[in-house]
Write a protein that binds this ligand. Sequence first.
Ligand SMILES: Cc1ncc(COP(=O)(O)O)c(C=O)c1O
Length: 386
Amino acid sequence: MTDDPKSDLPALSFNSNIAALPKYNAGLTLAAARAVSRRHDIARLASNENPYGCSPEVARVLASGALEIGRYSDPGCEVLRAELAMRLDVSAAEIVIGNGSEEMIAAAARSFLTSGAVALTVAPCFGLHEIEALAVGARVVKVPMTDALGFDVTALAAALATKPSLVFLPSPWNPVGAALDALQLGELVRALSPATMFVLDEAYREFVPPEIPDGIRFLRAARVPHIVLRTFSKAYGLAGLRVGYAVCSDSRIARMLFAAKTPFNVNAAAQLAAVAALQDEAWMRAAVRRITAERDRVRNELVARGVTVAPSAANFVFFDAGLNGSVLARALLKDGIVVKPWLEAGYTQFVRASIGTPEENDRLIESVERLVGAPALVEAALVDGP
Ligand SMILES: Cc1ncc(COP(=O)(O)O)c(C=O)c1O
């Protein structure tokens, strides 16, 4: 067996776009982290999850008898869409629910990109913004971040002027942390051609400071065709249930995304849980307050130790490890801390760490203080495995 499926199964007609896809850089599972580190107390800071779990209302609803495991789920997610429509002040016909917002990234690529089309995004990029575009045969153009670790709005506007078929912009930006302010968003909207589908990925929307505009309201007022993506995986703490959504500028765009997904894509437990989570907004807000306070503390502590850390409007920090990020990540794993080293060309000295509980964050700060800028210590940490 080799990594190239075509060499082992030459008679099959492989889709060459899929065969050539880069691997998604997923965080280590708990079991793998324990096996490799030989520690039990793992700080899971690789996947930007909510360290406090989710609202107790979710567990209550799932145990209440409302969940009909033997029945297919509602393919239209009617209850959840109605709840969201009311809260977001949009029509339910403009909302499509996905098996995670990642499914809506794939649906947007399938709906608005064809083979040879150009998809624009940023570098470093959220893996799926590139992978899903490549999967449909598009060419991906990336605009790098500035030296100040932010959006290069001028370069993005220039790239938008070339009329790509679609743009995936994360705000807040995974992995960097920056969020687009009203001036920046305005400049991008002005550069946008009617031929470009603008996809604003607001997976981390709940963590932004108050001056960052709400993408749904901003883009509606700007009257450009767009899709805004949001998720229950981060602030609402439902990552394991897989539920996110797209809010489209137009019900015809929503119908495209609906057609591009599988029919029973959102399972019944996820639909019930998302509605329950929405109804306990207070729990989410309280968790977000704790996480954002910790985010600012973690960044300040790391900066005070001489680490270059990007400003963050999300629930993670992106920092320069001063050495290969994968090497630092392996050394951190020895301390029972899982982070995400960035593997994209040009950014391999960076590491992204999610904000955990205060105790987990203290462990991260202590370990980074010991290891960053001390390559000899990192090497020593790695000599006797893992
Ligand atoms: C920017 C961004 N978009 C989308 C997703 C996908 O989230 P989910 O599929 O869990 O909703 C993530 C997850 O990390 C993300 O960071």
